[in-house]
Design a protein around this ligand. Sequence first.
Ligand SMILES: NC(=O)c1ccc[n+]([C@@H]2O[C@H](COP(=O)([O-])OP(=O)(O)OC[C@H]3O[C@@H](n4cnc5c(N)ncnc54)[C@H](OP(=O)(O)O)[C@@H]3O)[C@@H](O)[C@H]2O)c1
Length: 344
Amino acid sequence: MNTTSLTNRQFLLAARPVGLPKPSDWNFTTEPVRDIGDGEILVKLLYLSLDPAMRGWMNEGKSYIRPVGIGEVMRAGGIGKVIASKSPKFAVGDHVSGSLGVQEYWAGPADDKGASLHKVDPKVAPLPTYLNTLGMPGMTAYFGLLEVGQPKAGDTVVVSGAAGAVGQAVGQIAKHKGCRAVGIAGGKEKCDFVVKELGFDACIDYKSGSVKEGLKQHCPNGVDVYFDNVGGDILDEVLTRINMKARIVICGAISQYNNTTPVKGPANYLSLLVNRARMEGMVVFDYANRYHLGVAEMAKWMKEGSFKSREDVVTGLEKFPEALLMLFEGKNFGKLVLQVAQDD
Ligand SMILES: NC(=O)c1ccc[n+]([C@@H]2O[C@H](COP(=O)([O-])OP(=O)(O)OC[C@H]3O[C@@H](n4cnc5c(N)ncnc54)[C@H](OP(=O)(O)O)[C@@H]3O)[C@@H](O)[C@H]2O)c1
């Protein structure tokens, strides 16, 4: 394929945001697609994964991954199609998943460690599902719940952000393991979906009612595992309902990511002492060498029809800045995916 006439539109980080990211925090640029060398491939982006973690990657300072530099292409997971290859590892036409960035084309070594490219098969599942249940959020739910939360049959598992990418999988995995699954989500429509479509036992609408009352009603035997996606007041409220030896999985704290004041920690943390409970953070990348096990089990459940994967697809690379904000406004319903191009 002649790639010399192709141009690559990219979103570069222009400034470190204060609070919610604004349009001026980005530079939307166009540059020619470069030629590839030996061992390299050229990938045309099809879908990008929009994740709450991207907000953290825009900050300066130490974290579990290096911050995106000013002037660099914004980091993002994605799925694309190989359109040129000088590597035996990937052929033209292969679909690949990896850290491809907020842009239309990715060029680089097929064995680039940072991009960690691997093949995905659109015949097994629709491509956006590889950014959801069969991708990073699904693996976060699987290993976070099973390894850190260690649920036992009969336990009550509560998860916040229940209608989102990670949350929807956590509750469904909990059900598969014989637990009572109680979600916390914003709005009646999301709560109805979580209970009626995903099979959770109950869902608390934190936007229209009291989380305290909801927990009392739906967790009559207390909380054994809390999978925390949001932090803040909801974490504090759940802490008042935990059982002896409860496990609290600190997966994320989206309610705090855009704070311009210090992160609000849990005032009720002494409940951990009283209940001899454990609160433990997790980072999905630590389980990378076992992703195949999580993918195999969840793909089997999906094939059997006992596991659902909902994605919310927004179309057009240029929509990236506003689409990212949907996550922080609760406007996404399911895993938020940005479609960059058609798979033709
Ligand atoms: N540790 C890891 O390795 C890892 C990996 C992946 C993700 N995560 C974390 O997991 C969490 C969920 O990620 P996701 O990709 O599944 O996102 P998501 O749940 O699909 O989308 C974000 C959702 O968060 C909720 N939300 C936003 N602002 C909120 C607030 N102030 N208070 C309460 N809820 C709020 C909204 O749902 P409602 O409409 O229900 O409010 C929104 O739809 C995030 O904290 C993310 O950083 C961690």
